[in-house]
Design a protein around this ligand. Structure first.
Ligand code: NAI
Ligand code: MG
Length: 355
């Protein structure tokens, strides 16, 4: 029996609703598989803890997580706590603390789901967006001086290091090579950002020489939004900076039908630290507690986690059950135009896991 130690961090808002649903599905999946067991430890970190103690997680939180094989994360963010406090206090603290430098965001139009793009069917959109997850615009460099004065100043400095850019380029080229179309688009903005993003382009070209099987092109981020919308078939694997990919992947999620479906993996490809899996959506205060959050983004993230843990058969089984449930409009939550609850979708996926 294979054992995997999972840290669950449900977090805020709908985070606990979707993580609870995913843990239930995972438990059934593991029991029916019979070959592996998930030992889950839940951490009550998030905005409630911040209100009680002044910190979203304990000072040694990152060290505590190192002992696990993977992390399943919900969402963080509350209406009464500034978003930069919650984001940096938990999610970014974990991603940067564990050096999970590759953020991987697959996008597909799953069966039964309607893209808002006219005339676009399931085969037209099959992307993986790779987001640089450790530096760039979210390196945390900068500061504020002369607060409240007319000459107040704030800086937000983007950091691009040869090490950081090269490792994400290698990861993206290798990922593109492993996919059937072997095609990579390097997103940039080197016309305006003439230092960091010129280095970015140069390193892309260097790495490309080592991976000749992959055909690649370069695209300015603004033009990329147009291409994603008008020519989605022309795209396969994409690599972009922390900020650019953050924005493009929300667009990708919307084009694939709903932000409630899209998954993410924050990977440490070196496997020195555990990787973290989460839906791309946030805590969604507007629907918290209503029981209608779409759990599919978390289910898909859980499938990516199983893949990462080497449980590829179980991962495929879970995705097949998710696709089976989505094919039935009666299982669709309101974000997909339906009236189903989180519970109903979860039950449908569990039923689809078979015996
Ligand atoms: P959001 O993703 O929470 O919500 C955007 C819209 O999508 C809302 O209308 C929401 O109801 C809907 N939505 C999101 N997930 C859904 C799901 N699973 N099922 C059905 N509908 C869903 O983004 P928003 O409103 O910009 O941010 C809310 C809070 O979440 C903020 O505090 C923000 O900082 C935080 N946030 C946290 C993230 C994370 O933990 N990784 C990511 C994005 C935002
Ligand atoms: Mg985002």
């Amino acid at each position: 029996m294979r054992h995997h130690r999972i840290a669950a961090i449900p977090g805020d808002g709908i985070g606990p609703e979707v993580v609870t649903a995913a843990l239930e599905v995972l438990a059934v999946l593991a029991a029916r598989d019979g070959g592996f067991r998930l030992d889950v430890t839940s951490f009550g970190w998030g905005s409630d803890r911040y209100r009680r103690t002044g910190a979203l997680m304990p000072a040694d939180g990152v060290a505590q997580l190192r002992g696990f094989d993977a992390i399943l994360f919900g969402a963080v963010g509350a209406p009464d706590v500034p978003d930069h406090v919650t984001l940096w206090g938990l999610r970014l603290a974990i991603c940067q603390g564990l050096d999970q430098f590759a953020n991987v965001r697959p996008t597909r139009i799953l069966p039964g789901v309607q893209s808002p793009l006219r005339g676009i069917g399931p085969d037209a959109l099959d992307w993986v967006i790779v987001r640089e997850n450790s530096e760039g615009e979210y390196a945390g460099q900068g500061g504020r001086s002369h607060r409240g004065q007319p000459h107040e100043i704030a800086t937000e400095t983007a950091i691009f290091t040869r090490t950081g850019v090269e490792r994400i380029m290698r990861f993206a080229f290798e990922l593109a090579r492993a996919r059937p179309r072997r095609r990579l688009t390097v997103v940039t903005k080197s016309n305006a950002q003439r230092h960091g993003l010129v280095l970015w382009d140069e390193i892309a070209a260097e790495v490309a020489r080592d991976v000749p099987e992959v055909s690649w092109d370069k695209m300015l981020v603004d033009a990329m939004t147009v291409r994603m919308t008008l020519h989605p078939q022309s795209i396969d694997t994409v690599v972009a900076t922390n900020l650019h990919a953050d924005i493009l992947s929300d667009l990708a999620a919307a084009l694939a039908g709903s932000i409630g479906i899209a998954p993410t993996a924050n990977l440490d490809p070196t496997r020195r630290a555990p990787s973290m899996f989460e839906p791309i959506h946030g805590s969604a205060f507007d629907i918290t507690g209503k029981g209608i959050a779409n759990p599919v983004g978390t289910f898909w993230s859980a499938a990516m986690m199983l893949d990462h843990l080497g449980e590829t058969a179980a991962a495929a089984r879970l995705m097949a059950a998710v696709e089976g449930a989505l094919a039935d409009p009666a299982c669709h939550t309101p974000d997909l135009g339906g009236t189903a609850t989180t519970r109903a979708m979860t039950d449908a996926v569990i039923a689809g896991l078979g015996r």
